[in-house]
Design a protein around this ligand. Structure first.
Ligand SMILES: [Zn+2]
Ligand SMILES: [Zn+2]
Length: 382
């Protein structure tokens, strides 16, 4: 089968690889119909994530047709069209029982923090992902979810990560009615966080980025007030001024360690790799939220140190909340929101690219060419 193949930073290609097989009675094999490239795939592509191994197939946002199921998978059958949450979760362990499906204790033998994730570095279990014609889906009886008949597969594929991640960012913000919410990052997750903030009762939603076409999209998709951080003198001072000197009630970091902006952070974190990336978005979030406020972090950071202003967190009495989205926990609510028209995920899809052109798609998405917001890879047979 054709599959994406990682060769090293900024180098990916398509390669002929063996079709995966059932390895465990709870596995399924899925013939992929759609597979997105995610902003967090770009962290891998940029060489920012430790233990990203040459030869891996990326892709944690995919849907497809069930081809074959293991002996213990009784709730799925060949021919079902399923969406596959990016978290690989057993559904049974101590953490899964609490709905922390991004922290499954069984699916990632390499770590005790994050659970397994498809197509990520070996710090997330080293599972091959869905940017391929076929994918092996472990714990398929728990994770893979049949797409409702009425749902457009373009909406379904975005329910595997960016929609629940943006939604959980807003949920973790503990937004109260009328709150001012500032979102750092106007990528698909930031866009969904801005959209979701309204569903939780926000009174004002502000989005920062430095890419104008994304800000323009956020203006209507959120909807949100949008600002280019390169065009304001100081993001934190700007936020104080626009909130009567108090700061936002809730700040959401939808950027992570691959941020632009701030030369010092870039030098230490990105260039010299003395830290786990450039944490400027998190700085802005901590410093522009009001005293007693909540900072919600869904941007991806490596596991090691960052120059984070922890003293400000203490002295302002902030609450930091963070996690990988627990997709399976949120899916019933999100499916209802799509059905009711409260969210329109597929509006974010700007590019549909044949799987064999995966290298071009990564380059376009990474370099922010052609107005790209969300590219979807389509295998030939889909
Ligand atoms: Zn993703
Ligand atoms: Zn588990």
């Amino acid at each position: 089968m054709l599959a994406m193949d990682y060769r090293g930073p900024y180098r990916v290609r398509v390669k002929d690889k063996p079709i995966p097989r059932i390895e465990h009675p709870r596995d399924a094999i899925v013939r992929v119909t759609r597979s997105c490239i995610c902003g967090s795939d770009l962290h891998l592509y940029h060489g920012m994530v430790p233990d990203t191994r040459v030869g891996m197939t990326f892709g944690h946002e995919f849907c497809g047709i069930v081809e074959e199921v293991g002996a213990e998978v009784t709730n799925l059958k060949a021919g079902d069209h399923v969406l596959v949450p990016f978290n690989i979760a057993c559904g049974q362990c101590h953490f899964c029982q609490q709905g922390l499906f991004g922290n499954c204790h069984e699916s990632n033998p390499q770590a005790t923090a994050v659970g397994g994730i498809y197509g990520y570095s070996h710090t997330a279990g080293g599972y091959d992902g869905g940017q391929a014609e076929y994918a092996r889906v472990p714990y398929a009886d728990f994770g893979a979810t049949v797409i409702p008949d009425w749902m457009d597969p373009d909406d379904a594929v975005l329910l595997t990560d960016v929609v629940p991640t943006g939604y959980q960012a807003a949920e973790m913000g503990g937004i109260q009615k009328g709150d001012t919410v500032v979102v750092f990052g106007a990528g698909p997750v930031g866009l969904m966080a801005a959209r979701s903030a309204w569903l939780f009762g926000a009174g004002r939603v502000i989005v920062f980025d430095h890419i104008d076409y994304r800000l323009e999209f956020a203006r209507t998709f959120g909807p949100a007030e949008v600002y280019n951080f390169k065009e304001v003198d100081d993001v934190v001072v700007f936020m104080k001024k626009t909130t009567d000197g108090l700061g936002a009630d809730v700040a959401i970091d939808a950027v992570g360690g691959d941020a632009a902006g701030n030369a010092l952070q870039w030098l230490f974190g990105t260039k010299l790799k003395l830290e786990a990336g450039n944490a400027i978005a998190l700085h802005w979030a901590i410093n522009s939220v009001k005293k007693g406020g909540i900072v919600s972090i869904v941007g991806v950071y490596g596991p090691t140190g960052n120059m984070v202003p922890i003293g400000n967190v203490v002295n302002k009495g902030l609450t930091l909340r963070a996690n990988q989205a627990s997709v399976k926990r949120l899916l019933p609510r999100l499916i209802d929101h799509v059905k009711a028209g409260h969210i329109n995920p597929k509006a974010m899809i700007t590019h549909r690219v044949p799987l064999e052109d995966v290298a071009d798609a990564y380059h376009m998405f990474s370099a922010k060419l052609d107005g790209c917001i969300k590219p979807v890879l389509i295998p030939n047979a889909a």
